[in-house]
Design a protein around this ligand. Structure first.
Ligand SMILES: Cc1ncc(COP(=O)(O)O)c(C=O)c1O
Length: 672
């Protein structure tokens, strides 16, 4: 009977590349493990099994140079790698170890092997359930079970994690328990923090060998340090592909991604899928091919007509096939301007950009050209990331954070610009008027018609009156509200008379196109400034804009989403009534949310996200309605939401917190 330890190792770990070569003291992790295994009384041999690919070529060289056994095999199918390694080394009993565990205990392993042999077991491990610290994992199985697993296991998880399939089988299996429960301790090396913790601790105790019992003794005397070693078990195993990629993305991309609203750390569930592989209607597939229904923001407001809309995509594809850019202009730019000026007949000219932030910057530049000395902007709401907008004084920071900008910072903005913008609160006319009266430099009003709050006490009418009276320039940002309640900007419903209107988001149903429409007074100054950009001239945006306007008009999509939104709002209210929970429902029907009137609002919303994800629904408390949100899909949404409301009603807040893993908005961080 040959007992062989097979240790899986690789250099391309996404969270800590090359970690097996990192040194603790004078030796690398791989050398430490090999030296420990050499001392085993039960093993006949040990072998590192590594992926046979370019990224791991150096590991092969490294092991060869040190005369350490290795075997090369499939990168993705780790089960196959184990199977072939075991076969090659004629193993009868296989001891599975991983190379991220330098604290591995050979005495413990030997005791387990001897128990495995004595009781003639098929499978023995010390981690189901875990009582040892994470990082001391040993799994032992016989050749027969490995052969069966190789034949029958098919899921990607089973192939990657080798023993998951075995653990589900009815075989002679046992768990090896520790006398005391140390399962909350983390002695494995998954990321740089784990590595630093172990290095620092061992430097402190000046231990020659990496011994976990001595480490525990030391930690028991040093409670602050001990806290650093308390953590989640098998962390990597609990992450989905998207979450693993996100951890990698954070190392490569500033902020992890290009849009803060899609930062998964804002979503209160560790199961949030993070990345999509394909979309259709309001369905989104993650990297594992799992399908979700999107009842959140539908691309942060871009897709009123649903994802992957064929009538729009086909026109875009056709235009790509005949070339999307050249040294000449595309005629669709003129056609789209023509269509927009049919909607905003007061408009004189249009200029195009590709993002809402850019369009807002253009609008403010044009307004300042006209307002001459009165260049200060009085703003309300969110209008993008550009300097003109973030140039607020520090004293205004708290105020700004209420304008959909919880992460606001004016760091990086030249201090000379500070004070060129100020903010007013929606529906607070008194504050608005006081600011206009006290500051003669204010010449420009910048706002959305509304967001989640309806105008109260003729707020918009009063604003318009002051705009006229003080000869101010009124810019209405319809990036988010446009085309949701009517064909064009919401401002027309409230009879506002803007000088400039901005459209974005939904104008191209997901393709980048934004537009600034100005009246004659504004647009006659266009050539006095310099406003131009290469990609503002590419064709996809114009074609998508034309196709979107055409489809919206045909489908009367604003009516559909408003009807659906009203239905959603009434169902939310009914559900709250059913469970006697107090909520307020806010916003346009097609851009709506609900809030629990409770200090636990955020926890309840976290619970909703958590419970809805279990049924493959992406949901928070906000829905940007799309025509793809059919009644059939909504009934699925409400069935699951009903269960979440039921939990909120019935369970104690501590139990709810436990359900969601104490995860809460803005507290949630994948890396902690
Ligand atoms: C009203 C409003 N204006 C401007 C922007 C900025 O648009 P973008 O993110 O395309 O730059 C947004 C984005 O959320 C918005 O809602």
């Amino acid at each position: 009977m040959k007992t062989i330890a097979i240790i899986q190792a690789r250099l391309d770990s996404s969270r800590l590349p090359n970690k097996v070569l990192l040194k603790i003291g004078k030796k690398s992790i791989i050398e430490i493990i090999a030296e420990k295994l050499k001392r085993s009384k039960e093993l006949n041999n040990y072998v590192f099994c590594i992926p046979n690919d370019k990224e791991n070529k150096f590991l092969k060289y490294y092991l060869k140079k040190r005369n350490i056994n290795f075997f090369l095999g499939s990168k993705k199918n780790v089960l196959d790698r184990y199977y072939k390694t075991a076969k090659n080394f004629s193993a009868d009993i296989i001891v599975r170890l991983t190379s991220d565990n330098p604290l591995i205990d050979v005495n413990l392993m030997d005791k387990m092997i001897s128990k495995f042999k004595k009781k003639k077991l098929d499978f023995l491990d010390n981690n189901s359930p875990s009582t040892f610290p994470d990082g001391l994992d040993v799994e032992i199985f016989n050749k027969k079970i490995l052969n069966i697993t190789k034949k029958k296991a098919r899921s990607s998880d089973d192939l990657e994690h080798v023993t998951l399939f075995m653990k589900r089988q009815k075989i002679k299996k046992e768990n090896y328990f520790s006398k005391s429960n140390f399962s909350n301790l983390r002695f494995t090396i998954d990321d740089i923090k784990d590595y630093e913790n172990i290095c620092n601790a061992f430097e402190d105790i000046k231990l020659k060998a990496l011994n976990w019992k001595k480490l525990i003794n030391y930690l028991n005397k040093n409670k602050t340090l001990k806290k650093k070693f308390i953590g989640k078990r098998n962390y990597g195993l609990t992450l989905n592909k998207g979450q693993k990629l996100w951890l990698h993305a954070k190392k490569l991309i500033g902020g992890g991604n290009s849009m803060i609203s899609k930062n998964p750390e804002l979503y209160p569930s560790k199961n949030w899928p993070v990345y999509f592989s394909k979309t259709k209607g309001c369905a989104v597939w993650d990297l594992e091919g799992k399908k979700y229904l999107d009842f959140t923001t539908m691309g942060v407001g871009t897709n009123i007509l649903g994802y992957n809309n064929q009538s729009i995509d086909n026109k875009v594809i056709r235009s790509i096939k005949s070339g999307n850019i050249s040294s000449l202009n595309s005629k669709e730019e003129v056609e789209l301007a023509n269509e927009l000026l049919k909607i905003d007949t007061w408009g004189d000219k249009v200029c195009f950009a590709r993002t809402g932030g850019e369009a807002n910057a253009i609008a403010v530049r044009l307004a300042r050209l006209k307002s001459q000395k009165r260049t200060k902007v009085l703003a309300c709401g969110y209008h993008g990331w550009h300097d003109w907008y973030l140039a607020s004084k520090n004293s205004d920071e708290k105020n700004i954070r209420n304008h959909h900008l919880p992460f606001y910072s004016n760091k990086g903005i030249p201090s000379k610009l500070k004070g060129t913008i100020e903010f007013f609160t929606y529906n607070n006319f008194k504050e608005f008027l006081a600011k206009i009266k006290s500051d003669k430099k204010i010449g420009i009003i910048k706002m959305e018609t509304m967001r989640f709050e309806l105008p109260k006490n003729n707020f918009l009418k009063k604003i318009q009156k002051i705009v006229n009276e003080y000869n101010l320039i009124l810019i209405i940002d319809e990036c988010t509200t446009g085309f949701r309640e009517n064909f064009g900007g919401l401002y027309s419903k409230y009879k506002l008379k803007p000088d400039i209107v901005i459209y974005g988001k939904a104008l191209g149903n997901g393709y980048p196109i934004t537009a600034v429409i100005g009246n004659k007074n504004i647009m006659q100054n266009f050539n006095k400034s310099f406003i131009s950009s290469t990609f503002w001239s590419e064709r996809i945006g114009f074609v998508a804009g034309l196709a979107t306007l055409n489809t919206m008009n045909k489908e009367k999509s604003w009516k559909k989403i408003t009807d659906t939104g009203k239905y959603i709002q009434s169902k939310w209210k009914l559900l709250a009534k059913k469970y006697n929970l107090k909520i307020t429902v806010n916003g346009l029907p097609s851009l709506t949310n609900f809030v629990f009137k409770s200090k636990n609002n955020k926890i309840y919303i976290s619970l909703i996200t958590h419970e809805m994800l279990k049924k493959n629904i992406l949901a928070t408390n906000t829905i940007y309605v799309s025509v793809a949100h059919t009644r059939k899909l909504l009934s699925k949404y409400f069935l699951t939401l009903d269960k979440a409301f039921q939990i909120i009603k019935k369970e104690r807040i501590e139990d709810i917190k436990e359900r969601i893993g104490y995860i809460n908005y803005k507290q949630f961080r994948l890396t902690k």
